[in-house]
Design a protein around this ligand. Structure first.
Ligand SMILES: N[C@@H](CCC(=O)N[C@@H](CS)C(=O)NCC(=O)O)C(=O)O
Length: 80
């Protein structure tokens, strides 16, 4: 499987984000990371392209995937 462009938007204080980040760490998964609490441009991008400011949000080739369980399931399949 060709891995598409993957960009994770998150907040370090969000437990759902921490769950996704821990999963990535355990599986040595490295993708683009965007802390929306640090970068207003990232927050603006998340809202304009994703449609809401909920985190975590994984952009898969520019398409927003919300929900931590769905993100983990996607990463699990993509990197298995
Ligand atoms: N069911 C979601 C919950 C995500 C969630 O509640 N995220 C909070 C931060 S911990 C959030 O972004 N709240 C702001 C919002 O929804 O606009 C998941 O598992 O990803």
């Amino acid at each position: 499987m060709v891995i598409p462009d993957l960009q994770l938007y998150y907040r370090p204080t969000c437990p759902f984000c921490v769950k996704v980040l821990r999963f990535m760490e355990r599986h040595n998964i490295t993708i683009g990371l965007h802390d929306i609490s640090k970068n207003p441009d990232d927050l603006a991008f998340l809202v304009s392209e994703g449609g809401k400011q909920q985190v975590p949000c994984l952009f898969v080739d520019g398409v927003a995937l919300y929900e931590s369980d769905d993100i983990i399931e996607y990463l699990d399949r993509a990197f298995a």
